[in-house]
Ligand binder design. Structure first.
Ligand SMILES: [Fe+2]
Ligand SMILES: [Fe+2]
Length: 236
């Protein structure tokens, strides 16, 4: 049960962090006078992420957890890099957290949801999975919009420069090195919406092949080159 508590507490922190990040990103969109549709999508996502944090907290408590969430205010929200134009800050965060992060989240939560039977965890995963589809679409709509603005060429240059490192960090957080390892099935964990590391790696590879590569190709962005740039040969 301890691993289950630990994981759901981590999710509360991550969901709350996503709410702060999206709230800040939506302010940046307002400052850029982005299309109303995008701003409204951003505001809707903030609400969703707060609901995810609350639902995850309910799972944590149901699993017997009683610790406080650790949220450092300095790490909530966004910062522009020195000299970075706002358009490019938006593009950087949109690529990393939405085109990459929310897109893999859809496939991840679908896998977590499947063997989950604990009602409180199921309620959380159902809502999260339903919302992540919209969050993913926000990322790609945002990128399309940025590519239709005068900053388009700089956004393309940013994608080419930043995607290799973004993919590398994503592979690290999805335990990509464990791809192909035999799964240590833990039935209790699965019932509560946890899964082994190698399944995270599989979800990421599936996302690369079925989402990142084709979706970026549609926008004439070479995800294949970015994906392989820091990839050790043995890991395929
Ligand atoms: Fe979420
Ligand atoms: Fe989300």
């Amino acid at each position: 049960m301890q691993a289950i508590q630990h994981e759901w507490l981590r999710r509360v922190e991550a969901e709350y962090g996503s709410a702060a990040l999206t709230h800040h990103l939506t302010l940046w969109l307002l400052q850029l006078t982005a299309p109303f549709e995008l701003v409204r999508m951003g505001l809707g996502i903030v609400e969703d992420e707060l609901a995810h944090a609350e639902l995850s907290q309910a799972v944590y408590v149901a699993a017997g957890g009683s610790d406080m969430v650790r949220l450092e205010r300095e790490r909530l929200g966004l910062k522009l890099r020195a000299g970075e134009a706002l358009e490019l800050g938006v593009a950087r965060v949109g690529l990393d957290s939405f085109c990459l992060g929310e897109t893999v989240a859809v496939r991840l939560f679908a896998r977590l949801r499947q063997p989950c039977t604990e009602p409180v965890a199921l309620a959380a995963l159902d809502r999260i999975l339903r919302d992540e589809v919209r969050h993913r679409d926000f990322g790609w709509t945002l990128l399309e919009w940025l590519l239709s603005t005068p900053a388009s060429a700089e956004v393309r240059a940013l994608a080419a420069a930043e995607l290799p490192g973004m993919f590398e960090r994503l592979r690290r957080s999805y335990a990509y090195a464990s791809l192909g390892q035999a799964a240590q099935r833990d039935e209790l964990g699965q019932r509560w919406g946890l899964m082994p590391a190698c399944d995270y790696a599989r979800a990421l590879l599936e996302t690369y092949e079925r989402d990142y590569r084709p979706r970026f190709a549609d926008l004439e962005i070479d995800a294949e080159r970015a994906w392989t740039e820091h990839l050790p040969r043995a890991a395929g």
